[in-house]
Design a protein around this ligand. Structure first.
Ligand SMILES: NCC(=O)CCC(=O)O
Length: 335
């Protein structure tokens, strides 16, 4: 951290001088946002009629496989380098053993292949957690009400290998089990995927801001209990930093702080301490708050850009955001 420069007292210093005109403000802008800073999370459904707008995320749609292909083409056109795939899976096929998580034909893997078919250069990011395929909505296997750690890690490795085979570029372990990064890294090395990037959901907090996401993937009614035995307590900064240090030591290439806006302090600290590519996830509840208030006429649409610039100012290299196509379109118009 640089120390605060000594500034001469008023009137030698008038900080408003550099805010006087758009040109002066442009010259003195400290951080910028471009489409290349964005990862676009998309929901892909395998349920007939499951596509369409998500009630608690106005403007965001669940997509069919064809819709996912169109989204990939849009991302390419707008310069968004990465799409992150979230499956909306058939509820009748969810099980306690979560076997579909490592089925090469599950909707997540089919979506990866479909996107790669039309946009091979796009970096496809996956979600590694059992919740889309788990009958009880948890990210891990459950026995007698306990979320099993080591057995879950084995399942996650199987899941990740099918994602790698499907053509994924970035693995996104979002489950928060202990030891999963080391296990994933070892499995990738051993199975011909030495260059697989891992973006670890390292500092993932047990947050109420995920609510609309659970509607989007059809997990809302399913969750038995909560995720507090594996996700980080929102009060715990030091523990979150330990998670990041641990995941990097185990072989993560990039790390994420999630949710984003209430945790900007962690974004800054992770960036400064570890000096690795650092991402924030502006999660569904953050999207819903902003988009909902805009649609009510309570906020102007300018706050979308302001919220994303906030992540850049806090040191994030990139942001996972449902606003990605909207913002990239705006940036393209501005040239
Ligand atoms: N594993 C992915 C998520 O939990 C996403 C959360 C959100 O957008 O609310």
């Amino acid at each position: 951290m640089s120390s605060m420069p000594i500034i001469p007292p008023f009137p030698a210093t008038r900080l408003r001088r550099l805010r006087r005109t758009p040109a002066l403000r442009a010259l003195t802008t400290e951080v910028t946002l471009s489409a290349s800073n964005l990862i676009w999370p998309v929901f892909v459904t395998e349920i007939a009629g499951g596509e369409g707008e998500i009630a608690s995320m106005p403007g965001v749609e669940r997509l069919t496989l064809d819709g996912a292909k169109r989204a990939a083409e849009t991302a390419m056109r707008l310069g968004i380098p990465s799409i992150c795939v979230f499956p909306h899976s058939d509820p009748d096929l969810k099980t306690e053993g979560c076997e579909r998580a490592w089925d090469p034909e599950n909707i997540g893997n089919r979506a990866i292949r479909a996107i790669k078919e039309v946009a091979p250069e796009l970096a496809v990011m996956t979600d590694i957690a059992l919740d889309p395929y788990n009958i009880n909505g948890h990210d891990g296997l459950v026995r007698d009400g306990i979320i099993l750690n080591d057995e879950t890690v084995e399942a996650l490795v199987r899941m990740a290998l099918t994602q790698a085979e499907a053509g994924a570029d970035i693995l996104g372990p979002s489950d928060m089990m202990d030891g999963r990064i080391a296990a994933l890294r070892a499995a990738m090395e051993a199975n011909g995927h030495k260059d697989m990037a891992i973006l670890s959901y390292a500092a993932k907090f047990a947050s109420g801001f995920y609510g609309p996401f659970r509607d989007a993937v059809g997990a809302s009614g399913r969750l038995v209990g909560d995720k507090k035995t594996y996700q980080v307590n929102p009060a715990n900064r030091e523990e979150a930093l330990r998670c990041v240090a641990r995941d990097l030591a185990e072989g993560a290439d990039m790390v994420m702080v999630k949710p984003g806006m209430p945790y900007l302090d962690l974004c800054r600290e992770v960036r400064d301490r570890f000096e690795v590519p650092t991402f924030a996830y502006q999660v569904s509840g953050e999207y819903a708050m902003i988009e909902g208030a805009i649609r009510q006429g309570w906020l102007s649409r300018d706050v979308v850009m302001e919220s994303l610039i906030g992540f850049r100012r806090a040191g994030c290299d990139g942001i996972l955001t449902y606003f990605a196509p909207q913002v990239a379109e705006l940036l393209a118009q501005k040239g």
